[in-house]
Design a protein around this ligand. Structure first.
Ligand code: ZN
Length: 485
């Protein structure tokens, strides 16, 4: 896997190398979604012909995107700043080798995956963690991501801490062992490696990616797209009050929704995994945000995402900066990753602001990471403890089926169409509480199947056999999957 990664981004400086690659020849990539608007395209992907360990491997997105550009080493950060970064964020600067070492020490429960390539050609790396990580066993997936904003490396450390906790405590701690047995956790510390590289050069830079947005003169350091305003759901819905049209603005949303390779890589990953739960870590205050964060978009009722977020916030320890609180948003936002995850796949997609300042250092940094750690732990526990529901949709011959799965008692208002996962027909949903529910499956080709079920404190399994057979030769869309050993 490591060799594949090295080859995939050959010619550009990986995170951790001295110097920052520039991308004079980097070209625009076509957006996944070409029009603004609310409703994600209903996923009517063809059913999978098979699921299992022969998932398509992605040897390296960088090799196929055409985004590679010749490295143009710069002078690097001034010596004093470089030393400070090394002391406090050295692991983010050497993320590739840090993740590789973690995987090499725990090969049986982890895989290192390149989910895509940044605009300037750096690999976007994830460590996927779970027992029998390459196996065909269907189980819920969770996403922990950091540093959509490259000037928030503290959030990358929060995700790195989660990966370490999962890998290093799996043997002695039954709580961790259960997470490894029953879930797959995608730990993705640095969504925006180009922004982080820019931040190493200039602490005033790096929030956005490095998209060249025109002749900016002395403000070139401020170029780029705010990746967390670039997701297609609700992109531009607030008419420029939230995600901005001004390329100079820190909230610049990009020319079209989903325009950036980093955003596209995250979307591709989610479209394969259908995450049950997710947390995007950021820095700037101490707060937990629950979707929908965009004003004017009506959340599902009852809103399981809000219920889960309340559950988490009530149990969080005191943060050294200030007590964590639950909010819908901090200011007007649109085009966010968490809203897109929620709208596209029903994910309980939360955002945690994990410290007041980006440049939190030393002991304060360690205390903040420790105080934030329970957020993802509680997210996993709340799903596995329930109330929640999961199951598999299969046709009469046992092949997985992609179909819309809803719960009759949970109403939605924003055009959501949440489907089962292509590779195994799996769905996973948090429930807002115990009670009587009706699982509703829209049969491909027509008709609706209903399965009443009662949810108590735990997880309920509801499998459904559909009359429709998968057409011969149908395949799942390309997924980001762990490469086999
Ligand atoms: Zn942020």
């Amino acid at each position: 896997m490591l060799l594949a990664l090295a080859a995939a981004c050959e010619g550009v400086a990986p995170p951790g190398a001295d110097g920052v690659a520039s991308a004079p020849g980097a070209r625009a990539t076509p957006p996944l979604v070409s029009a603004p608007g609310l409703a994600p395209a209903p996923a009517s992907a063809p059913p999978a012909a098979s699921a299992g360990p022969d998932w398509p491997a992605r040897p390296g997105a960088c090799a196929t995107t055409g985004l590679r550009a010749p490295a143009a080493p710069t002078a690097g950060p001034p010596r004093a700043r470089a030393a400070w970064i090394e002391q406090n964020f050295g692991e983010v600067a050497k993320l590739g080798s840090v993740l590789a070492a973690l995987h090499e020490h725990h090969p049986e429960v982890s895989e290192l995956v390149e989910i895509g390539c940044s605009l300037e050609g750096r690999p976007i790396l994830a460590l996927v963690i779970g027992r029998d990580v390459h196996g065909a066993r269907a189980r819920p997936s969770f996403l922990l991501d950091g540093a959509h904003h490259g000037d928030e490396p503290m959030s990358a450390l929060v995700v790195l801490d989660a990966a370490r906790h999962l890998l290093e405590r799996g043997k002695g701690d039954p709580r961790v062992a259960r997470w490894l047995d029953e879930a797959l956790v995608w730990c993705l510390p640095l969504v925006n490696p180009d922004g982080f590289a820019a931040w190493r050069e200039n602490f005033g830079s790096g929030r956005k990616n490095r998209r060249d947005v025109g002749a900016l003169g002395p403000a070139r350091w401020n170029k780029g797209v705010d990746l967390y305003r670039n997701y297609p759901f609700g992109w531009g819905l607030l008419g420029g009050r939230a995600g901005r049209t001004d390329p100079m603005h820190m909230w610049y949303r990009g020319a079209v929704p989903g325009s950036e390779p980093e955003t596209q890589a995250m979307m591709r990953l989610a479209q394969g995994e259908h995450f049950a739960g997710a947390i995007s870590y950021h820095v700037g205050t101490v707060v937990l945000l629950a979707p929908y964060t965009i004003a004017g978009v009506r959340s599902p009722e009852p809103n399981d995402a809000w219920v889960v977020a309340e559950h988490i916030v009530r149990r969080m320890p005191r943060h050294p900066d200030r007590p964590i609180e639950l909010r819908r948003n901090l200011y007007p936002v649109d085009g966010t990753g968490q809203d897109w995850l929620r709208a596209s796949h029903g994910t309980v997609a939360l955002l945690v602001e994990s410290a007041l300042r980006s440049r939190v250092a030393g002991t304060q940094r360690e205390l903040s990471i420790e105080a934030i750690r329970p957020s993802w732990q509680l997210l996993l526990d709340r799903y596995l403890d329930g109330p929640s529901v999961y199951g598999e949709l299969r046709d009469a011959s046992g092949r997985p089926v992609v179909a819309e799965v809803s719960i009759a008692e949970i109403r939605t208002f924003a055009g959501e169409s949440w489907t089962s996962r292509c590779r195994d027909g799996r769905f996973d949903r948090y429930l807002p509480g115990p009670g009587s529910y009706t699982l509703r499956v829209r049969v491909p080709g027509g008709g609706v199947l209903e399965r009443p079920f009662a949810a108590g404190a735990g997880r309920v399994r509801v499998d459904v056999t559909l009359p429709a057979a998968a057409p011969p030769g149908a395949r799942c869309p390309a997924e980001v999957r762990p490469t086999g050993p």
